[in-house]
Design a protein around this ligand. Structure first.
Ligand code: XMP
Length: 310
């Protein structure tokens, strides 16, 4: 792929599709939506509004970090607080596809509200090739896929979707993001799924359980940083295990540590992390997170497992 040509073609295409109207970019801060936002901003200037939905399921400090990075590029980002809507949508749901469906609905209806507010007709989003292929194959329904599962966004939510990156794979998106002037902290960022920490919680997604998995994720990310895995995170299981808390038996939480190596997320292998790193993660999680009695390292490749847990 010629990166410069790709960018030029997409700028023209976005301008042509949107015409004189307004568009909204759905920015999550990941490499895909960040590259899309810069592309769309270059193509549309003040016709574009960039919106970061704060659904309460992001990693620690993420909203502030993204606003700051984009301010550095001269792109203002509106943060829309939708925590109540997302937690209400997820309440009482334990089935993985039910959770994904609830998240997807909350995602598009929150953007629908933003689109209505700013009289836009287009939503620009960072769907990439792997998202579409895996949804078509039935591996799982990625949160940002509508067409392939028979939903017409215009009928359902009142806007058309533009997906400039839908033919690219992750490594190509990284090259585009770099060429667009995004900082390395973004173009080289670990993939993070649209449904965010909800993909790493088995059972019901509650604010308390999200807090636990968020804190465990920070520990995992800090400790594996030097090894630069493709993706690494913590997962909260629904099962419990007995341990000792304050000298007494306690039937506590089980946290799984997952770290994988991959090129395009279509296949993956567990990272061969050093024992000392794994032990440090385990000791920190049990010491810093009250109520976690067990930590395990995941040894399954993709396939047969997927990378995320739901
Ligand atoms: P799985 O778990 O299917 O994940 O092996 C493959 C890659 O995709 C990410 N992922 C998602 N990304 N929306 C996204 O934008 C989603 O619904 C979604 N589900 C998984 C996952 O983090 C991994 O990099």
């Amino acid at each position: 792929m010629n990166v410069k040509e790709f960018i030029e073609t997409q700028l023209e295409e976005i301008k042509r599709t949107v015409g004189p109207g307004n568009a909204i970019s759905a920015l999550s801060g990941g490499v895909d939506s960040s590259a899309c936002t810069v592309l769309a901003h270059r193509a549309l200037g003040s016709q574009l509004k960039s919106v970061f939905i704060d659904h309460g399921l992001m990693r620690a400090g993420e909203a502030q970090e993204i606003v700051q990075v984009f301010a550095g590029l001269g792109i203002a980002v509106d943060v829309a607080d939708k925590k109540k809507e997302y937690f209400a949508a997820l309440q009482g749901k334990a089935d993985p596809e039910e959770k994904r469906k609830a998240f997807r609905y909350a995602f598009y209806s929150s953007f629908g509200q933003e689109v209505l507010k700013s009289k836009a007709r287009f939503l620009i989003q960072g769907t990439i090739a792997a998202d579409i292929i895996e949804t078509q194959k039935g591996v799982k329904t990625q949160h940002n896929i509508l067409e392939q599962i028979g939903i017409d966004p215009e009928k359902g939510f009142g806007f058309k979707v533009i997906e400039p990156l839908k033919e690219l794979f992750k490594q190509e998106v990284r090259l585009v993001a770099k060429e667009l002037g995004l900082p390395e902290s973004i173009w080289n960022r670990m993939p993070f799924p649209g449904p965010a920490l909800a993909t790493r919680i088995i059972g019901e997604v509650t604010p308390e359980r999200v807090d636990l998995v968020r804190a465990a994720t920070s520990i995992v990310e800090e400790e594996v940083a030097a090894h630069k895995p493709f993706q690494a995170f913590a997962v909260l299981l629904e099962d419990k295990g007995t341990g000792i808390v304050d000298g007494k038996r306690h039937f506590g939480n089980i946290v799984i540590v997952r770290s994988v190596e991959s090129q395009d997320a279509m296949t993956a292998e567990p990272s061969p992390l050093p024992w000392a790193t794994l032990m440090k993660i385990s000791k920190r999680i049990t010491a810093e997170l009250p109520g976690v009695t067990r930590v395990a390292y995941e040894l399954t490749s993709k396939p047969p497992a997927t990378i995320e847990y739901i």
